[in-house]
Design a protein. Sequence first.
Length: 139
Amino acid sequence: MFKKFAAVLCAFCMMFGVGANAMAATEVPANQVSAIEIQPRYTYADRVEAFLSISGKTAYVDAEAQGKSNVSKIKLTVTLQKKSGSSWSTVKTWTDTESSDYIYISEEKSVSSGTYRVKVTAVFNGSETVTTYSETETV
């Protein structure tokens, strides 16, 4: 009799124990799930940003890269691109290198009608590369 009771009790505990875990996993509100941001882990890079604004026929290009405290050199390549069909062509490229954990480039360029974006590639300590893009702007 005791063995039967123990088996039923064990089965009962397993059923409700598993059910509680499954319920806990499904109780995350939907509005919080979309707020979760997944980011790659980098050894050297803290952030890389690209900005583009166009006023009249002038494109204002800004880019910056911030390394972690273990960074001693950053090379920043900033490319203004124009959309050509389904691809992007290079309009102008600027490059600078700083022996520091921070670099900033600000440039401007005359542009014609079209859709533009800025591509920024940062190389930290000569080994870790991060590329990002600005939002597009249309003239």
